[in-house]
Design a protein around this ligand. Structure first.
Ligand code: PSU
Ligand code: MN
Length: 305
């Protein structure tokens, strides 16, 4: 079957985002994978909305990104955000390489950090917030599984705020790879990379920052040097320090059930949410919203600088 024609420019910015980019108003991109795949159906949209509000409180305009009806949409209405939540794990999980097929095949696609960064590059957005970065999976399995988030960080000039790397991954190995790819890892008022749910315990960051202005000044210098992304790692406000045994159990079950590739992260997050009395779910939601707020602050500081 021949798919319907794709418009020559398959990117549609909302009125508000287009206006902000024209005016030089700070804009923060938000991804949709965590809405569709990271939370149980019925919970993701609220996280997305709370993140958008947090970005606004910082003085920036939120641009939630995903693929709908054959177009990359930059800036979603509340009803459109709901569609990603309702679709849940049936939504395609879009890394950078998955965007074009999803557009042409008119599927509903939720963008990962990497997929969202790829859209930021064409839309001209310099700030992005997420929960935790993808990276190197534990045990360096055969075949190896390394998130496309990393490759895209090395390609696109943006500042990404997250609570470090998702701790279900091999965090020290991922940190080494970030060094190999020359991606600065800035610690938000910390010397150590946060471990997603836990505030401390990761490897050292490459530089520590104390304020949004300082992060913005570093980003400007980094981009003036022609470099690509920076990671700004913010520890969660409330540290959840006992998730590790559950993560080990979830990974063992995923392996036993043959869950592989992009399905691993959603499987593990769902297992944790279901087996922690909702503690990981609350922690995950709070850290995402906190990261969105910080991204709004840094984007606003950058615009003022
Ligand atoms: N942060 C969360 N929940 C998530 C993600 C981040 O709190 O679900 C998503 C992001 O979209 C990230 C992706 O890019 O997980 C990485 O998935 P993988 O490890 O399969 O590359
Ligand atoms: Mn992967």
């Amino acid at each position: 079957m021949t798919p319907p024609p794709t418009p020559a420019w398959p990117l549609r910015l909302s009125e508000e985002v287009a206006q902000a980019l024209r005016d030089g108003t700070p804009v923060v991109a938000l991804e949709t994978t965590l809405i569709a795949h990271g939370f149980p159906t019925g919970e993701g949209a609220a996280v997305g909305r709370a993140s958008e509000e947090a970005v606004r409180r910082g003085g920036a305009v939120p641009a939630t990104i995903g693929v709908l009806d054959g177009l990359v949409r930059v800036g979603l209405s509340p009803a459109e955000l709901e569609r990603f939540d309702a679709e849940g794990t049936s939504a395609r999980k879009l890394g950078p390489r998955d965007l074009a097929p999803c557009i042409a095949q008119r599927a509903l696609g939720a963008t990962t950090v990497g997929g969202t960064l790829a859209v930021c590059a064409v839309a001209g957005i310099r700030f992005l917030a997420s929960g935790g970065l993808g990276g190197v999976h534990r045990g360096f399995p055969h075949p190896p599984d390394v998130s496309a988030d990393l490759g895209e960080l090395a390609r696109v000039p943006a500042l990404v705020v997250s609570s470090g790397i998702k701790s279900l991954l091999d965090v020290p190995a991922t940190a080494e790879l970030l060094e190999t790819l020359s991606i600065p890892v800035l610690g938000w008022r910390t010397d150590k990379l946060p471990l997603f749910y836990a505030a401390t315990g990761g490897p050292p960051v490459s530089a520590r920052v104390e304020s949004a202005v300082e992060a913005a000044v570093i980003a400007r210098a980094h981009w003036a040097l022609g470099r690509a992304s920076l990671l700004l790692a913010r520890p969660p406000d409330e540290s959840l320090d006992d998730a590790e045994p559950l993560i080990v159990e979830a990974l063992a079950r995923a392996a036993a059930e043959g869950v592989r590739g992009p399905a691993v992260t959603p499987y593990v997050l769902a297992f944790l949410h279901a087996n922690s009395d909702g503690r990981t779910l609350r922690a995950n939601r709070d850290l995402i919203v906190g990261n969105a707020a910080l991204a709004g602050d840094v984007a606003a500081a950058y615009a003022d600088d």
